[in-house]
Design a protein around this ligand. Sequence first.
Ligand SMILES: Nc1ncnc2c1ncn2[C@@H]1O[C@H](COP(=O)(O)OP(=O)(O)O)[C@@H](O)[C@H]1O
Ligand SMILES: [Mg+2]
Length: 224
Amino acid sequence: MIVSVLSPKGGCGKSTATLTLASVFSNNEDLSVAVVDADPRQSIARVWLGKRQSENLGAPPFKVISDPSDGTILDTLEDAGETNDLVFVDLEGVAGLMASYAASASDLCIIPMRPSALDGDAAGAALKMIRDAGRAARRTVPARILITQTDAAIVTKSHKELLAELDGAGVERLQTELMRRAPFERVMAEGRTLFELQESQSVASAIRNTAQLGKELADILESQ
Ligand SMILES: Nc1ncnc2c1ncn2[C@@H]1O[C@H](COP(=O)(O)OP(=O)(O)O)[C@@H](O)[C@H]1O
Ligand SMILES: [Mg+2]
């Protein structure tokens, strides 16, 4: 199964969601999990893995494959999909060939968005690109919005309105939202997975949040 994580909006939480999902699924020892870092900025393959190496944290619990090239991404995804049970692809932007190729090769696309109008606009562009990539491949590529960086303390009025708008427009979304919590930020800063962070109440909350998201995603993938 190939799951692409994409949106043209920088900072909406793509790389964090990719790392989080890959680590929660790699807790299942029966599953072989890989991350393909297709973002030219290489947040996972260069920044996260580099931090990990400098801290001597050892190999991550999932494979990390770097391929930010339009010319080879389809080969890379085909190969990664054949040799792993689950492949998460971290992508930047939706305008180029890379995103269209990845979307057309995916079993599911996840579009992270913060509850803001700008992210909503970017998510709309991502949904259109995924639909078009599916049309070109003569299939339907399933897609789900993932609301990220939700304030854990209060659900704002604009957040509620946004959810009502998405649901009213028939846009499919993951019911589990990724909360804004310090441990998710530390994952990228420390080169660790969520499960490798020092135990604390906030880490436990982030892990519960992630486990719920993982379960919802597993149900969707199973039903396909
Ligand atoms: N759920 C979250 N809680 C707290 N911080 C987050 C969360 N998701 C992302 N961040 C932080 O927001 C910033 C952008 O996230 P990132 O995943 O790199 O976005 P993208 O890959 O879409 O550009 C990073 O500093 C990251 O640590
Ligand atoms: Mg990123």
